[in-house]
Structures are given as C-alpha cells and as structure tokens.
Design a protein around this ligand. Sequence first.
Ligand SMILES: CC(C)(COP(=O)(O)OP(=O)(O)OC[C@H]1O[C@@H](n2cnc3c(N)ncnc32)[C@H](O)[C@@H]1OP(=O)(O)O)[C@@H](O)C(=O)NCCC(=O)NCCS
Length: 167
Amino acid sequence: MKRLHTERLELHPFTADDADFVLRLLNEPSFLHYIGDRGVHDLESARRYIEEGPVASYALRGHGLMKVVRKADREPLGMCGLLKRDTLPDADIGFSFFPAYWSQGYAIESARAVMRHARDALGIGRILAITTKDNESSMRLLARLGFRFDRMIAMGAEELRLYVSDP
Ligand SMILES: CC(C)(COP(=O)(O)OP(=O)(O)OC[C@H]1O[C@@H](n2cnc3c(N)ncnc32)[C@H](O)[C@@H]1OP(=O)(O)O)[C@@H](O)C(=O)NCCC(=O)NCCS
C-alpha cells in the first residue's frame, strides 16, 4: 500500500505504531456518535483494529482506511479511505477527523485523493457512502464530492442514508 499525496496532505497506510492515534480518534465523541463504538478501548484493541481492519484490507483489496497527515508539520489529523463491508455490494468511503481540523477542507482533499486512486489505480467504478440521518457535515461533504443520495438502508438496528458516486 503506497502513500497518497495531495497539496497539503499525505495519506499513510496504518501500522501497529498508530495504535495510540487510533485509540484517541475512535473515542472522539463525534466518532462515537456518528460512526459508533468499535470496541477500541485500550492500545491492545487499537492494534487489533488496525491489523484486522485497514492492514488486512490493504493485503486483500489494495485499499483501506489510511492515516491523514498534514505535510506542513507532520500532524496526524484523521483518517480516510475505502471499506468493503459484507453488507454492501461495493466499497464505501469513510472519513473521520479530530474536531480541531474540521472546516479547513482537509476531509474533502483526502477524500478526492482516495477516490482518484480508487478509479485510476484500482479500477473501481461505483463508490458508496453511508451516513446517519443527522450527519449534516458528512452529507455536505458527500454532495461536494459528487455523491447522490440513493435510498435509506437498514444496517443493524439503524436506518442509514446510502449515497452513490458513479464513475
Ligand atoms: C464528516 C467530517 C469528516 C467532515 O469534515 P469537514 O471539516 O466538514 O470537511 P472538510 O475538511 O472538507 O471541510 C469542509 C469545510 O471547510 C471549508 N473550507 C475551508 N478551507 C477550505 C479549503 N481550502 N478547501 C475546501 N474547503 C475549505 C469549506 O467551505 C467547508 O465549509 P462548510 O462545512 O461550512 O460548508 C467531520 O465532520 C468528522 O470527522 N466528523 C466525525 C466523523 C464522521 O461523522 N464521519 C463521517 C461518517 S459518515
């Protein structure tokens, strides 16, 4: 899995060394509210999440969630990448940033790099996205990225909005 570059950002594949960062990000109140509790509550479960989630996905599919780092000061800001869930027919894009880095265009810049790489390097056509009904900033971001609302879907006990971006 190679790094992706944008004007202000680098997207790095996660490694076990990112356990502390993942532990903090996945326990941000906004992450817990809009995405959910991934059961990552200590460094050991963070390492397991990295191994069984992103790292396994890189090996299997050549894509997965990546760490977003600001080039100017090497600050890790959040994560962005594709996920492939058994419950959806195509890969969906995921993003999550620490609140201190919201509203500066970092999410859109990293998502564009992920989508470009998916299409140009991996030959992925349709990309999906899912959000909760109350996630206004995610919906705004998806609209800016060219996604269209498709329909509501049930995932577990939740009703989610399904978005589609065609090639
Ligand atoms: C969803 C999430 C990633 C969106 O982040 P965001 O900060 O709104 O998105 P961006 O970084 O692209 O910033 C966009 C905003 O920055 C502004 N902006 C400032 N400088 C900019 C620049 N150089 N380029 C582009 N936009 C810029 C845009 O105008 C836009 O403003 P608006 O939201 O008022 O319309 C963020 O809210 C988050 O991490 N939430 C918690 C996790 C989550 O919900 N994930 C999604 C699950 S579906």
